[in-house]
Design a protein around this ligand. Structure first.
Ligand code: SF4
Ligand code: SF4
Length: 327
């Protein structure tokens, strides 16, 4: 019998637009925009309605398919979240190339919990090999400005992590990135590469210097007997909501919507048939039908062979992001 807690957290995509063209990103390739996710940004008016309709939702992830700081209403939304007792964070990632001064200040003033900055290089040359159109100098300036506000407000928030996808072309910069993390008061957050683009070269160096003990996702699976990422649990911990209110469940769904969170409350959705079906299919191994995104998802093959478990869910929700870990 699966015991799932009531949903008190969601992930709302603040923007599916992005100014960068990262090599393996679905948004950069235009795949995201062709499907149900589309191009768009969360509106302040929808956000306000959502927090008023769902007072039990106390925490929100802001990022998924695009760059959140391109949302022109983000400063207003951050203030509104604070006034409604909702903690915001950016765990999936921001490229942090562009952010206006008011938003920088509001991130601190209204206590956004943490930001995971996606920076795969310690030099412009290395950084831009994957983060095409990105400018490292701008990112570092924005971090300095943010740290200035943190000092001014005497606040530790938002806490920061430096997410570094380890590639063959940037692995030699891991020690330098760790130094920069100390300089900017950021947690080092190494991530294993997810494609064949620029695979790691010196595996032993990567295992040791990254602190991960593994050099790629294959090694991770062998060592820990599980997948590096388990996106399905997301549906039951912090369901993904598109910028237009469409409920997507997990962060990889580009195929089918599961309702709309701006039309009815999350509590109502949680009591409905579609949520029950998701539990039946993913945890209980029932047959998946076409109305669920899983039917269209390459990941479902693995779930069919090995459904989700209570133990897996409990582990998933106990994960602490690097930015929030105590030293
Ligand atoms: S910054 Fe993020 S959303 Fe933008 S192209 Fe790169 S990976 Fe995609
Ligand atoms: S099987 Fe695919 S679509 Fe379904 S919850 Fe898992 S990752 Fe999402």
């Amino acid at each position: 019998m699966i015991r799932l807690p009531k949903i008190h957290e969601v992930s709302i995509d603040f923007s599916t637009l992005c100014q960068l063209r990262c090599v393996e990103c679905s948004t950069s390739k235009g795949i995201t925009h062709k499907g149900i996710v589309g191009k768009g940004q969360l509106k302040y008016s929808d956000f306000l309605k959502f927090v008023e309709t769902n007072p039990q939702i106390k925490r929100m992830e802001m990022s998924n398919w695009g760059e959140i700081f391109l949302n022109p209403e983000i400063a207003q939304i951050i203030k509104c979240a604070y006034e409604h007792g909702v903690t915001l964070y950016c765990g999936n990632g921001t490229n942090f190339n562009h952010i206006d001064e008011l938003t920088l200040e509001f991130l601190v003033k209204y206590k956004v919990e943490f930001l995971n900055l996606s920076i795969d290089g310690a030099s412009q040359e290395t950084y831009a090999k994957y983060r095409i159109n990105g400018q490292l100098e701008k990112v570092l300036k924005n971090i300095e400005r943010l740290n200035h506000y943190k000092k001014q407000y005497g606040s530790d928030y938002p806490k920061l992590s430096w997410q570094f996808i380890i590639f063959g072309h940037n692995e030699h910069e891991i020690p330098k990135v760790k130094e920069l993390c100390k300089k900017y008061n950021m947690a080092f957050n190494p991530k294993l590469n997810y494609s064949d683009f620029s695979p790691v070269k010196d595996k032993e160096f990567v295992r040791r210097e990254s602190g991960l003990g593994v050099a790629d996702r294959k090694e991770y699976k062998e060592k820990y007997q599980k997948e590096y990422k388990a996106p399905c649990y997301h549906c039951f911990d912090s369901p993904q909501i598109n910028w237009n209110g469409d409920i997507l469940g997990c962060s990889v769904n580009k195929w089918k919507t599961l309702g709309n969170a701006f039309d009815k409350s999350i509590a109502q959705w949680e009591e409905g048939d579609i949520y029950r079906k998701l539990i039946d299919v993913l945890f209980e191994g029932r047959e998946c039908t076409e109305e669920l995104p899983c039917f269209h998802c390459p990941n479902y093959k693995k779930i069919k062979e090995k459904p989700l478990t209570q133990e897996g869910f409990d582990k998933y929700i106990s994960y602490v992001p690097p930015a929030l870990r105590k030293e």
